[in-house]
Design a protein around this ligand. Structure first.
Ligand code: SF4
Length: 277
């Protein structure tokens, strides 16, 4: 059974404009399938742009800390965070982190600061270390064991300080797409209600209004078996071509099928890159 509170496949409603859904939706889905086949990270083939930093993220605990970083700063910088933190602390050992909050604070705040949330992020990291030790045997992969339902994984992630639904949805998609974690119930996964995704969905005519329910319904219509598959392609389109001003429709992946509703504005557009999840 799907976890409570998560949308089930086929949840499209009247807010989805089916007249314009088909071609942009199909192209977005094709892009998503390409990214999934390639096991894409979050930013193209990489998380941080640095292979060493990306390698650290293969460790589940480091990945979870990376998710905590993904807010309010560019994605590449955020995903580099665990590697930088390990370098500064000398370890990502959970017991050490849990018992040394002042050192974590100093490591994050030491110039150049690792994050703009210089006080909150250290608290989230320490809290996560304690929760991982107390509830997951010190191993974040126990949050997402093979065969777990994606809805349950999202729920568990949102129990961590500093992880809201948007980050949890993103993390679950990455776990499946990039790390190959065999989660069940991908029909209950979703796109993140992210400013880039919202802008693309609006301008491509996939939704008629800017709200989470409409976006999720549209994603479920595009791909009922795994709505989250259109999350990354939409974000890439938004970041690379469908910029808040001067979108590059000619080069855009959706350029040949998009109605190009570029007059549509999305509140908060350009305020935060995906790192802000
Ligand atoms: S850049 Fe242009 S073609 Fe691409 S999604 Fe935005 S409005 Fe559509």
């Amino acid at each position: 059974m799907p976890a409570a509170g998560h949308r089930v496949a086929g949840g499209a409603d009247a807010s989805v404009d089916r007249r314009t859904l088909t071609r942009p939706g199909q192209e977005l889905l094709a892009f998503g399938r390409e990214l999934e086949a390639a096991g894409a990270a979050q930013v193209g083939s990489s998380f941080s742009g640095d292979p060493s930093a990306d390698l650290v993220l293969a460790q589940p605990n480091a990945f979870l800390i990376g998710v905590l970083f993904t807010q309010g700063i560019p994605a590449e910088r955020a995903w580099r965070g665990p590697w930088e933190l390990r370098h500064r602390l000398g370890t990502l050992d959970l017991d050490y982190i849990a018992e040394h909050p002042d050192e974590v604070l100093e490591a994050v705040q030491r110039p150049p600061m690792l994050h703009r949330f210089k006080n909150m992020l250290p608290r989230w990291i320490v809290s996560a270390a304690r929760r991982l030790s107390e509830e997951y045997g010190g191993d974040a992969s126990n949050i997402w064991p093979a065969g777990a339902h994606v809805g349950d994984v999202i729920d568990r992630l949102t129990e961590f300080d500093g992880i809201g639904r948007k980050k949890a949805v993103m993390a679950a998609e990455i776990l499946v797409r990039h790390f190959g974690v065999a989660l069940q119930g991908r029909e209950c996964g979703q796109i993140a209600y992210d400013v880039q995704v919202r802008r693309v969905f609006m301008r491509a005519g996939l939704v008629a209004e800017d709200n989470r329910e409409a976006m999720e319904a549209a994603a479920a219509s595009i791909c009922p078996e795994s709505p989250g598959i259109v999350d990354l392609p939409a974000w890439i389109v938004g970041r690379q071509w469908c910029r808040p001003t001067e979108p590059d429709c000619e080069q855009c992946r959706l350029g040949s099928v998009c109605p190009r509703l570029i007059h549509l504005k999305v509140e908060g557009v350009g305020a935060r890159p995906r790192g802000a999840r």
